[in-house]
Design a protein. Sequence first.
Length: 210
Amino acid sequence: MNLKTGIIALMMLALTPLHVQAATENVDISTEIVEDSIINIREVNIHTEDNSTITDFDDSNRKTDSLISLSEVELVPEYVKSEPNITVSPDNTYVKVDLTEDEIYMLAQLIYREAGNCSYECQSACGSVAINLMLANNMNLYQVSHNPNMFAVAHLIDSTTPLDMNLQVARDIAEKGTTVPPSVKCFRTDYYFDWATPYMNIDNVYFGSF
């Protein structure tokens, strides 16, 4: 290819609409672009064959968008973006959240990592804290369970296989509601956090409210 031909090819590429280069094989991708005329930000939602969605923002407002490689962007399950349906009991003693099957499994993964060798009561309380954090911070379960500032085991969640008991505890929380009040949003082993109000101790796990 000579210099002239190369320049023409580059000019044609600059006029080409946004497209996505898949880094994995057999992935069918389509894109939809939403223009925000006020703040000039283009939101690009990339829908893959497995119903995952990637969202990318480009504030350059140009047609010459850079290629987005799937190897550089985390694929986040579609249900992660859903708003949870949360009901608080009239006496404010428990919270009930409509969880999908994927979210029940995710909650069981978190319970296994945080209280896998504890009693049913302790596991239920730990799982309930995760639900309370969702409510208090207007977040979904994925955001809570994968937040290292909330759970030190966040980086281990996706590689965890929960036990049957963990799954049962998670399902009971989803179907019957939490077992600690919404204000109980922290726990640790051995002793209470000094910045939280002590609530109860189960199996040497100390729960606090704030």
